[in-house]
Design a protein around this ligand. Structure first.
Ligand SMILES: Cc1cc2nc3c(=O)[nH]c(=O)nc-3n(C[C@H](O)[C@H](O)[C@H](O)COP(=O)(O)OP(=O)(O)OC[C@H]3O[C@@H](n4cnc5c(N)ncnc54)[C@H](O)[C@@H]3O)c2cc1C
Length: 391
């Protein structure tokens, strides 16, 4: 996997030394995605299933480790739950994402094997990342591991493990975080420039949020005279800038909340956050395995669960039902204008377009897509070029 400046992480064929198997394409949720959970399962919340996928239980909660809670994007739930597996269930590691040490504006896939490593790697990184490129690290271990990633990362793992029994046996638990889309490297470089970081190679660290809730976008860098400087903006301002640079696949994503994971976590935005309030996470059990795991982690004192209430989920992310509806119209327009589209099976989308969107939103889901098809050349083959940072 490599970086394509305006798109995100993309596969680049190094050399054709082996026959193509098509395994990676088969696992790619950008090509196809299918829900195959049992809709009749009485444990699944019937009111939420059409809009939010399988939901067994919902809590608000946070890590009992103050450092993880503070450093985490919301309440440190993703990190603390994975750590429970590592420390208490004999997991070999946690496969997830960290900033690269040599180029802090880029991400890399890492296997954390200690509390210290996992704690240092908390926090959302609103830049391209491809944790599935580290699945071989999971397979090489004797024991299972935890996997943390975006909804699409987790969906890819779930697809890959279906045709790979060895991988399947090494996935201990999958944790996805809610995701409105991943901004490109170009967007991130533009933001650094706007904030006065003239040379991204002089960047010492880059955090997007955390260290408070939701926390600040903070870049630490050396200026032309070699002096250490820091630039900051609020999380909301940084997202306001970066979200324009999301790749197209994120605009036609049917799963922003980790519907294929055992556990998904997000921000409980159902209420305004008070100044200085410590972070909290929304924690969703998506499978029975996930639910048991969360309860065991709580019992073992890793996570504190409060507000056991399924309605927190739709109240926290009210816009996402409209997004689901818009995806239906976007896919329709893409097909009409000859663009390639992913094959989605088992997602209810059309009903939210009809019932949830206002007239203007309906209109813009159609006209906006048609505009983008031509502006972004979505119905043309494009050459994807690999971008590499200076050595
Ligand atoms: C691109 C992006 C979009 C998001 N959109 C939403 C949204 O729409 N709604 C919402 O509620 N929250 C969104 N979030 C935030 C996310 O939901 C919170 O991070 C989540 O609440 C988890 O917080 P936590 O404190 O439990 O995680 P933490 O304990 O801080 O752990 C975060 C974990 O995520 C991993 N990670 C960080 N960046 C990436 C990445 N780019 N790709 C893969 N893994 C990564 C880290 O390695 C770490 O293991 C987004 C985050 C990202 C990166």
């Amino acid at each position: 996997m490599g970086d394509a400046l305006e798109l995100g992480r993309r596969p680049f064929v190094r050399e054709r030394t082996v026959d193509e198997t098509g395994k990676a394409l088969n696992a790619c949720p950008g090509a196809s995605l299918m829900h195959d959970f049992d809709v009749e399962d009485p444990a699944i919340n019937k009111e939420l299933v059409d809009g939010w996928g399988p939901v067994l239980d919902v809590w608000e909660g946070y890590s009992t480790d103050g450092e993880i809670r503070n450093g985490g994007s919301s309440g440190g739930a993703a990190t603390t739950l994975a750590l429970f597996g590592l420390e208490q269930k004999g997991y070999a590691g946690i496969l997830h994402i960290a900033a690269r040490e040599d180029h802090a504006y880029l991400n890399e896939t890492v296997m954390s094997k200690s509390r210290a490593e996992a704690t240092a790697r908390t926090g959302s990184r609103y830049a391209p990342a491809s944790p599935c490129d580290g699945l071989d690290m999971i397979v090489q271990e004797e024991a299972p591991s935890a996997f943390i990633g975006k909804p699409c990362d987790v969906a890819a793992v779930q697809k890959a493990r279906k045709s790979d029994p060895e991988l399947d046996s090494k996935i201990g638990i999958t944790i996805a975080f809610f995701c409105a889309g991943a901004p490109s490297l170009k967007g991130n470089l533009e933001l650094l420039k706007k904030m006065g970081v003239k040379d991204p190679e002089k960047l010492k660290s880059l955090r997007y949020r955390g260290n408070g809730w939701p926390g600040m976008w903070t870049a630490t860098y050396l200026d032309e005279t070699g002096q250490e400087k820091s630039a900051q903006m609020t999380y909301a301002e940084s997202w306001g800038f970066l979200q324009k640079y999301r790749q197209w696949r994120c605009y036609i994503c049917p799963d922003h909340t980790g519907e294929f994971a055992d556990i998904s976590v997000g921000d409980p935005w159902y209420r305004p956050i008070e100044e200085g309030e410590p972070g909290k996470s929304l924690i969703v059990a998506r499978t029975e395995k996930g639910r048991q795991y969360i309860l065991e982690a709580a019992e073992a004192g890793y996570i504190l669960l409060e507000n056991h209430d399924a309605s927190l989920f739709p109240r926290s992310q009210p816009n996402l039902l409209g997004t689901r509806g818009s995806v239906w119209a976007r896919l329709l327009m893409l097909r009409l204008f000859g663009a390639a589209i992913p094959k989605y099976t088992g997602f209810k989308m059309a009903k939210f377009w009809w019932s949830y969107l206002g007239l203007n939103e309906k209109r813009s889901s159609i006209t906006g897509t048609v505009r983008r098809i031509f502006r972004k050349r979505l119905n043309r083959r494009i050459k994807v070029e690999r971008w590499t940072p200076p050595m």
